[in-house]
Design a protein around this ligand. Structure first.
Ligand code: NAD
Length: 488
């Protein structure tokens, strides 16, 4: 399989990079090239900034909501008609297993797109603050909410369509112009926005797409440039901090969706304890999800039982992963050699830190030459170990014992991160009390869905700032202007 060439989209035109430079797109399944992508230069990024700025400043895009809804809907229809292509991209670029593609990669993104269109009529564009009398005359006041301007959307490789939709669709609906900068591992999932926007008839410069082999080049230019008004970033906490620092030069608004190390707390009275523990295995998309519950917190009174359940369930999972053409598989490779090295170094670290490896732990290039790592589980983990504190972003679960509810909350909160989490109990009120006290942006109680396109998503602490999706996700791209006038 060879993917179509990923081209840049700048000022309404699909383009090769300056000088025709390209880089290889590598399949995580084989480690071999599966396509070519344009390798944007600084001049290409500059052209995208000029195009987006001009489209915002010199066209009626920001004022014409009817046009925006029409084109965003047309673009959605073209994406829906391209589902096979989207699946191919998710599988070949991001390493999604066939059984994970629909759910996490394509359907969820397209549902989110529809959710944005559905909530758009509820956006608040004006709020009346009424009159106030001072110094002998009355003033009337009104806040109007205006699109912030040029948005740079910088996105990661793990669920690229979902994150791209989360930013691009919301910013366009809000009335901004956009420069999408996808990760070098998944340029095709960005390039398709350009191809289909061209087909949908978007005005020049409203949406632009740039990418390149250097992960930082385009991103840093966008972050530092005063003509870009807002950076909407999803990625690692390290890069997020850098973006905040570099954005400070131009006092840029930054929106950050960062990493996580979320805790799932299974209480001793969980209705189906064995099932809860067994389904905590971190295998879906090889654990490469920002809000995955990668710390499993289990009552000490049932800790040995939990270990036995996990050993059994990992054993039963066996070799049912890592085959490209197997529709039932939900786990494939990790995305890249870089990611593989990183995850393997954490597995070695876990052993050195004294945790007990109860499943997996090995690289498995024999699965097809790509970046395969066994589903892995460490028990006897204490929360101060680095494998419990740092985001591994691979199929590695750590299991930590707790004494009582207070201890579980303490452990869940003893983390720099605060993205997601879960609690499971037969006692709903008890679970809700815990959910409220864990300092994270989302919590699920007894397996509730805490991520969907119609509800806000985002992090506390080092997991970021701002909210994506839902009404909040669109309103993030608005600026508040207060207009006051003297009453007649
Ligand atoms: P990353 O931080 O390495 O890269 C993210 C994006 O930033 C890429 O497009 C990359 O090219 C770009 N980039 C890299 N250096 C840059 C710089 N100096 N300036 C500007 N841009 C730069 O992250 P990744 O490895 O692509 O993705 C994995 C991370 O993303 C994990 O930490 C994961 O938790 C996080 N993530 C978070 C969410 C969320 O919603 N909170 C969702 C998905 C992924």
């Amino acid at each position: 399989m060879t993917l179509p060439d990923a081209k840049l989209f700048i000022d309404g035109a699909l383009r090769d990079a300056e000088g025709g430079r390209t880089f290889d797109v590598i399949s995580p399944w084989t480690g071999e090239a599966v396509g070519k992508a344009a390798d944007a230069s600084a001049a290409d990024v500059e052209a995208a900034i000029v195009a987006a700025r001009t489209a915002f400043d010199e066209t009626d895009w920001s004022e014409n909501a009817e046009l925006r809804v029409r084109l965003v809907t047309r673009l959605r229809d073209l994406f829906l008609a391209s589902k096979d292509r989207l699946s191919d991209l998710a599988r070949h670029e991001a390493g999604a297993a066939w059984g994970a593609v629909g759910r996490a990669h394509v359907d969820m993104a397209m549902e989110g797109w529809d959710d944005y269109l559905a909530v758009f009529p509820k956006v608040t564009w004006e709020r009346d603050y009424g009159g106030r009398t001072a110094y002998g005359f009355e003033t009337l006041r009104k806040a109007v909410y205006e699109p912030i301007g040029v948005v740079a959307a910088i996105t990661p490789w793990n669920v690229p369509l979902y994150v791209n939709v989360g930013k691009v669709v919301a910013a366009l609906l809000a009335g901004c112009t956009v420069i999408l900068k996808p990760a070098p591992d998944t340029p095709g999932m960005g390039a398709i926005f350009g191809e289909l926007a061209a087909e949908a008839g978007f005005p020049r410069g409203v949406l632009n797409v740039v990418f390149g082999s250097d992960p930082a080049l385009a991103g840093e230019m966008l972050v530092k440039d005063p003509r870009v008004d807002l950076i909407s970033f999803t990625g690692s906490t390290g890069v997020g901090k850098r973006i905040m620092q570099q954005g400070a030069e131009t006092l840029k608004r930054v929106f950050l969706e960062l990493g996580g190390k979320s805790a799932k707390i299974v209480l001793e009275d969980a209705p189906d304890f064995a099932r809860e523990i067994a389904t905590s295995m971190l295998v879906f998309h090889a654990g490469q999800g920002c809000a995955v519950q990668s710390r499993l917190l289990v009552p000490r009174s049932r800790y040995e039982e939990a270990k036995a359940i996990l050993s059994h369930s990992y054993g039963a999972f066996g070799e049912n992963w890592g085959v490209f053409d197997e529709p039932g598989h939900i786990m494939g490779p990790v995305v890249s050699q870089r990611q593989m090295d990183r995850v393997m170094s954490y597995i070695e670290l876990g052993k050195r830190e004294g945790a007990t490896l109860i499943a997996g732990g090995k690289a498995r290039p024999d699965k097809g030459g790509g970046y395969f790592i066994e589903p892995t589980c460490f028990a006897d983990v204490t929360n101060d170990m680095r494998i419990a504190q740092e985001e591994i972003f691979g199929p590695v679960l750590v299991v930590i014992p707790f004494e009582d509810d207070e201890d579980a909350i303490r452990i869940a909160n003893a983390s720099d991160y605060g993205l997601g989490g879960g609690v499971v109990s037969a006692d709903f009120d008890r679970a809700m009390k815990i959910a409220r006290r864990v300092r994270t942006g989302t919590m699920s109680v007894n397996g509730g869905m805490s991520i969907a396109g119609d509800i806000p998503f985002g992090g506390y602490k080092a997991s970021g700032m701002g909210r994506e999706w839902g009404l909040e996700g669109i309103e993030e791209f608005l600026e508040t202007k207060l207009i006051a006038w003297r009453a007649a």
